[in-house]
Write a protein that binds this ligand. Sequence first.
Ligand code: ZN
Ligand code: FE
Length: 256
Amino acid sequence: MTKLNVTLIPCYKDNYSYIIQSNRTCLIIDACETKPLLDFFEAQQLTPTAILTTHHHWDHVGGNIDLQQKFKIPIYGNKYDKDRIPGLTHEIDIQREEKILIDSIPIHILFAPGHTTQHLLYHFKVANLLFTGDAFFSCGCGRLFEGTYHQLYESVQKIAQLPTNTQIYFGHEYSLKNAEFALSLEPGNLDLKNRRDELLSKSNTPSSPTTLDLELKINPFLRAKYLAKSVENANRQQPQGEFETFVAIRKLRDTF
Ligand code: ZN
Ligand code: FE
């Protein structure tokens, strides 16, 4: 198994950028903000090789232009976001490329629309690492901004199909609030209670990465099939099937 070293860089209020290192290669997943990233590279005396962007939102691309100008590096992202991702040089065509190669490291691309219509996930299968941007969080998933509920549901299902030992690195520290919300639907879920208590006791420590194995036990968006009754109690209306339950959970979380 290829050794990839991941460093989490906190940006803004609750964003995470990630640095992935392997030998000479040093990739940035979502160059959220210039200063914390520049500080890191300076302190480590490192030079980044490329930036991989999950989606165009400002809090995920805020450092693109500065870092590109300083280090002359390519920026990868969805082809259909070329007018929205600053400095995009490598347009990923998800219809034709299911993976890209950077310095012989294979990176699989998962198309995960919903939060935005062109959201991508980066999957380093060789090390079981998944970078989900704002498509998926611990105990949660991205708010629907541009896509349809159906797209969001399918995107979350795609993640659910990956190996359960996949390490999931997400884009925002929303875990505690997400866990509180999840508990409102499943007050008897012991794994969820333990997770919430752990998050409370380490409230100043990043909770990323999580694992798919854990998320299958605690994330309400992966557990819609068990939550019809909870949604019915909250809404006084019975959802019809898993998808409708998922939609209801997303709507309840929006106003939690
Ligand atoms: Zn976003
Ligand atoms: Fe974001």
